[in-house]
Ligand binder design. Structure first.
Ligand code: ASP
Ligand code: CP
Length: 306
């Protein structure tokens, strides 16, 4: 088993499949009255969050607690980071407190790689800048597999703000490792040529959502990440929505069995219409629930739980 999960590229098909299969066993546990396993008793998991999060932070905490680990939640806001303490010194402080695993979210791409050089425990990337979010990709793959029964040969469209999306990058890596056919779709400003070229060895690129939908088993809508935009990438929110938003008429272009995904948080009414987000085809709430099982599997396997 690998020691760290910094990138979806750390996972070969066998390791990724082992995580998904272990997550399915963990999910069976959540149906029980007593949801706890003693697997990580006596181990310490630190959640080190330098960027805001709802789903990822809470689900890593729930996952570690269900495995009986001790959990320390650290958020940069309210810590000595405001006094200028560096990531390295913060990491060494956590190390001194005996962290067996550090789950990190940071605005700097590559922060988990640096951290892995400073701490003895396992490092799990919970989202670094615009780079990667590997456990999101795992929970997305888990959701697709449980809804549609397979990943091999599945046609997945990833739509929207690809440029700023760590979710898209990790999904492209993981899904293609597992045999899916991925098409990234969005305006040329949000999939510029260099990004398209970097992705093209593994995926197709399209600027036409309406043309891609009829041939998709899965459509994954991405949030428009205005907080990471220094320039203007499209004329207006309305224009973006008109070309790349998923509304009801557009959803009808999907095959009958196709599912609609979104990692959250959503800009309802922009990249996804509220009726689509709340429709039976949407797996958005399921993705969150699956996130706990997948993160339990990741912590269990990385820490060699018993
Ligand atoms: N929550 C995901 C992330 O942190 C996606 C998003 O924010 O749009 O990358
Ligand atoms: N999907 C996701 O990572 O959500 P949060 O930013 O709320 O953790």
């Amino acid at each position: 088993m690998i020691k760290h999960l910094r990138s979806a590229a750390d996972l070969d098909a066998a390791t990724a499949t082992l995580i998904l299969d272990t997550a399915a066993e963990m999910a069976a546990l959540s149906g029980r009255e007593v949801k706890k396993l003693p697997a990580l008793r006596g181990r310490t998991v630190v959640n080190l969050f330098y960027e805001d999060s709802t789903r990822t932070r809470i689900s890593f905490e729930a996952a570690a607690k269900r495995l009986s680990a001790d959990v320390i939640n650290f958020s940069a806001k309210g810590s000595s980071v405001s006094k200028g303490e560096s990531l390295k010194d913060t990491a060494l402080t956590l190390q001194a407190m005996g962290a067996d695993a550090v789950v990190i979210r940071h605005s700097a791409s590559g922060a988990p790689h640096r951290l892995a050089g400073w701490v003895d425990g396992s490092v799990v990337n919970a989202g670094d800048g615009t780079h990667e979010h590997p456990t999101q990709a795992l929970l997305d793959a888990y959701t697709m597999r449980s809804r549609l029964g397979r990943l091999d040969g599945l046609r997945v469209a990833i739509v929207g703000d690809v440029l700023h999306s760590r979710v898209a990058r990790s999904n492209v890596l993981l899904l293609t490792t597992l045999g899916a056919q991925v098409t990234v779709v969005g305006p040329p400003t949000l999939i510029p040529l260099d990004v398209a070229a970097a992705l093209s060895s593994r995926t197709r690129v399209s600027y036409d959502l309406d043309a891609v939908l009829p041939d998709s088993d899965v459509v994954m809508m991405l949030r428009v990440q205005t907080e990471r935009m220094q320039d203007s990438y499209f004329p207006s929110a309305r224009e973006y929505s008109r070309r790349y938003g998923l509304d009801m008429p557009r959803m009808k272009k999907l095959p009958e069995h196709a599912i609609v995904m979104h990692p959250g948080p959503m800009n309802r009414g922009m990249e996804i219409a509220p009726e689509v987000a709340d429709s039976p085809r949407s797996t958005i709430v399921e993705q969150v629930a699956n996130g706990v099982s997948v993160r339990m599997a990741v912590l269990y396997l990385l820490l060699g739980g018993k």
